[in-house]
Write a protein that binds this ligand. Sequence first.
Ligand code: SF4
Length: 431
Amino acid sequence: MALFKNLWIWSIENIRKKLNWYYQVSVNKKPAKYLICKRLKCDINLKDSDEKQLWDEHERLSEEFLKLFENVKSCKVNIKDIEIKKPSFLDLKVEITNRMLKSCEFCRWNCKIDRTKGEKFGTCQLDSITRVSSYFHHRGEELPLRGTMGSGTIFFSSCNMRCAFCQNGDISTDKYNGIPVNSKLLAQMMKQLRLEGVHNINLVGGEPTIHLHTIIEAISYLADCDFNYNDHSYIASAYADYFKYKLKKEYAMYEGEFNVPILWNSNFFMSEKTMKILREVIDIWLPDFKFGSDKCAIKLARTPWYFETVTRNHKLIYEWNENFLIRHLVMPNHVECCTKTVLRWIKYNMPDALVNIMYQFHPDNYCDPFSKKFDIRYNIIARYPTKEELIEAYNYAKELNLDFIVVSFDKFIKNLDEEIEKIVDEVIIYR
Ligand code: SF4
């Protein structure tokens, strides 16, 4: 933990300020949001209430949460002085997400099918079962996330988008990838990773949104630090780390309770209801912002309503004053239509956002000319972005005065005034 606290990136004022809540939870100086949710009493009978009553209560508790959250942030209140309630705000969220599953509206597709029956399938192709492809200490995320011990990443199977270039195509296009887990097993994975020292629980895929019910219920089980070794032989089959770590309670304790920041690493194609559920649970958001128009989203990801949905969700986290870091992947032949439009939108709508403009695009999934899956329709992006395209993208972000240099180039920069061209030269060798 001391090594994480002393990382050079925390001495950069902007980063520390914009990710302050996440940092404080990660080093156990503050409780994760889910621990605050547990202190708020849900005043209705969960089983007997209809959907409207549940959401009205959610609205009320959300307001209560925000007041308490502000007091916790400013150290006016210590949650150890407030007892845990039953049922709590978190229990209410579990009930709502389980009901949502019966007429699924987790994401913008709004399929309204009953996923508990497993008879009809929506765009994500899932019933109620959640599968985890792998979980491990991710050492490739941005420095504030990977830190010194890694980001505790859990890869969920399947997706609600169809990005032809998906960089995790084996996971996102195969709904049977991985092992089935219920919420208790998923909670064990989260506990294991945190007790091994990770700085956050990074929920990704595929796409986490389509597993909302399992994730919220798993988080509701993160009450103590007890790790159930009986479950370990099963979940270990999805554990994909090179190293062995000792489990240490000191990594995870806030005033005697299990503590870890929850990170939502998503395509951001969620419904507004899902955003409401997540607001009081997610400590740091890692949204993808891929396409500058619905035309490109349909062409490359077969996803309509993309721009209106993803911009709405970005605006929400900005208005809510959340900790977040936007990711935009530079795609070949899409600098003008996607990269520049996305960056302009960020400039005019969330001007001080932290943005990782990613150079990591490689031809994958249906865009990989060497793969059996290759589809000639995607020939236009079946290559790496050129040096000129990357320079164009980064210089444009610089012109817009966006905050992107440190998080995009944390592996390369030696000083903040370094020329973009020089950094891109290094990036190209690295990739
Ligand atoms: S998660 Fe999205 S794609 Fe899947 S069934 Fe629900 S609304 Fe449809």
